[in-house]
Design a protein around this ligand. Structure first.
Ligand code: MG
Length: 254
């Protein structure tokens, strides 16, 4: 991957907006389907069918060999959980659902974490703080700011509430490729980071752990879990930097 950040034209942003609208609608559909007794495999099937009906291809399926359309990560799973008929959601679980599509050559990417029935106060706070940190980060996606302003706003909000941000996985630019420069860490870096310009499209995605930020990959080669097995949450939006400020492309329209 090169280091050049590709600025998008208005026409390209319109297609990226369409791609992300399909992702947002899919996630909204899934949010309503999440319930005790539902398997993560069912969620995957519904997502793929919903996106394909709208002319979009699931972007994660086959990406570096990933077997599903969704990344579905339950409780202490952080990201990249594999959809499975054996994983049934239970009351009190939290489930992170990350979905991407390719539509007319451009990618959309977003994620939400959803409560399964009634959840503990700590998990409820984790979901709230992670979602808030995403929006603190998005608010910094302004012309003239730097990537570090986004990263720092997320980190400060998360750590202020006693949680930690995952170091090993980061947000990214998005366009004709799912992952483009720049990298968008959810923590401040002690080095110069790129300055933001109008036309940059960024997938900002805090992954927040209730305990330590340490993670490990399970033997399936994909599922990332917290090392201490404490809960983890993940929210993501694809955002375009404009002269008027940040515009969320993956916001649900309904
Ligand atoms: Mg992403």
């Amino acid at each position: 991957m090169g280091t050049r950040i590709i600025l998008k034209s208005e026409a390209e942003i319109r297609i990226l907006s369409e791609a992300n609208r399909i992702v947002a609608a899919t996630l909204d559909m899934l949010r309503k389907k999440v319930a005790p007794g539902v398997t993560t495999w069912q969620l995957d099937t519904w997502a793929e069918e919903f996106a394909r009906k709208r002319g979009a291809m699931p972007a994660f399926k086959g990406y570096r060999g990933f077997p599903g359309s969704l990344c579905v990560s339950v409780n202490h799973e952080v990201v990249h959980g594999i959809p499975s008929k054996k994983v049934m959601l239970l009351e009190g679980d939290i489930v992170s659902i990350d979905f991407g599509v390719k539509y007319e050559g451009f990618y959309g990417d977003a994620a939400i974490t959803v409560a399964v029935g009634r959840i503990s106060e700590e998990r409820d706070k984790l979901l709230r703080v992670t979602r808030e940190s995403l929006h603190k980060g998005i608010a910094q996606a302004r012309v003239g700011n730097r990537i570090n302003d986004i990263s720092g706003a997320i980190q400060d909000h998360v750590e202020m509430h006693g949680f930690s941000v995952v170091r090993q996985f980061v947000g990214h630019g998005i366009g004709v490729r799912l992952h483009e420069p720049p990298e968008i860490p959810n923590y401040r870096r002690n080095e110069p980071t790129p300055r933001l310009q109008a036309g940059m499209v960024l997938a900002i995605e805090p992954m927040v752990n209730a305990g330590s930020f340490d993670v490990e990959v399970l033997r399936d080669g994909w599922t990332v879990v917290t090392r201490d097995r404490a809960s983890s949450a993940h929210f993501e939006h694809s955002v375009v930097v404009t002269k008027e400020g940040p515009l969320i492309l993956s916001q649900c329209q309904v």
